[in-house]
Design a protein around this ligand. Structure first.
Ligand code: SF4
Length: 357
């Protein structure tokens, strides 16, 4: 499929699969140790893809650069290519690693139209950060975050709950972040963490410990004025991530780059617009699939259950019995004609979703 055949969508995600080194827990598509020239060539190739897209001028309302660590690439060609497509009040997010952040990087991002950043902190414990292989201390992360926020105040952080050894999970105080994502640790095959656990070198926390970690972090976040608006996300009022909300609410989004997924009408794309090879490696092949009408409708609707808005089950009579069963168990409640997760329901959201699809 050529870039020109994509119909317009209001949201765009671009993936940059480069990292300094592989974190112990991470199974995301990422390539540690690529050279600067390779990373820049990749970003330049993505910019060429953007230039070929038939996006109407000023029509993108959200853009999200994820990774990997996007800032390891020279992003300026992408900023130039995207500029004509950004609407006047577009939300433009870039994920950052604490070691990415310098005054110069922040200036380049701000000049390129970036107005929201999300920095991966992951833990508040230096020993845990070391075992994750993150490459910084918590004090260094605090300095990075303060510097980032000076230039782009709409700044948030990511944390992991339930990491081995993180016995007193906490959230930073006094950093002034407006958004926080808390992800429960998922043990992924093929990671260093999984190998250590299999070899008995690392003891994983039990399910209850992981849930307790999320609950205590949630309490801390709520005590400093952040409200939970999605299972894994908290924000100060008005600082919810518009890009992710658009995806959960079923809007179309263009996904470009290796490892990126896209949804445009009934088309689903994977690895769209990535250069065929980079850093001496052959990139994953671009794939496009046309999904069925019913599958498309389900996918667009179902993930709203993860959000504070809740799930509108209108048009899906087949869900009523299952939803009623979960409500009787105290996992769902009905509010304003929608189904919402209760606190206990939020702990088992994945199982509820699995029964619905
Ligand atoms: S967690 Fe982020 S920085 Fe670490 S390897 Fe995965 S993508 Fe790269």
């Amino acid at each position: 499929m050529g870039a020109e055949s994509l119909t317009p969508a209001p949201n765009l995600y671009a993936h940059f699969p480069f990292c300094r080194r592989k974190c112990a827990y991470c199974a995301l598509h990422s390539q540690p140790g690529a050279k600067q020239t390779e990373r820049d060539a990749y970003a330049a190739a993505l910019a060429e893809t953007v230039e070929k897209l038939r996006i109407p001028q000023k029509s993108l309302s959200t853009i999200y650069f994820g990774g990997g660590s996007p800032a390891l690439c020279d992003l300026r060609p992408m900023f130039k290519a995207l500029a004509p497509f950004m609407s006047d009040n577009a939300e433009f997010t870039v994920e950052l690693h604490p070691l990415d952040i310098s005054g110069e990087t922040m200036r380049i991002l701000a000049d390129g139209g970036v107005n929201r950043i999300s920095m991966g902190v992951q833990s508040m414990d230096d020993t845990v950060l070391r075992s994750m292989g993150r490459g910084y201390t918590i004090d260094a992360a605090a300095v990075s975050f303060a510097k980032a926020k000076e230039t782009i105040p709409n700044a948030g952080i990511d944390l992991i709950a339930g990491y081995p050894g993180d016995t007193q999970p906490s959230v930073p105080s006094g950093w002034g972040f407006v958004h926080c994502s808390v992800y429960s640790l998922i043990l992924e095959e093929g990671t260093a963490l999984a190998a250590n656990a299999a070899a008995g070198k690392t003891r994983l926390p039990g399910d209850d410990d992981a849930l307790d970690a999320v609950a205590s972090m949630a309490e801390s976040l709520e005590s400093i004025g952040l409200a939970r608006y999605e299972i894994s996300n908290w924000a100060k009022p008005g600082f919810e991530c518009r890009h992710n909300l658009a995806v959960w609410r079923g809007e179309d989004y263009i996904g470009i780059g290796e490892g990126a997924r896209g949804r445009i009408g009934r088309l689903r794309t994977v690895n769209f617009g990535a250069p065929p090879s980079h850093g001496g490696k052959t990139a994953a092949r671009e794939e496009t699939e046309r999904t069925g009408e019913k599958e498309d409708a389900i996918e667009r609707r179902i993930f709203s259950l993860r959000t504070r808005d809740g799930l509108d089950a209108e048009g899906f009579p087949e869900w009523e019995k299952t939803l009623g069963k979960f409500a009787a168990e105290g996992l769902l409640e009905r509010a304003g004609g929608k189904w919402r997760l209760t606190k206990r329901g939020a702990e088992v959201c994945d199982s509820i979703l699995a029964e619905l699809v």
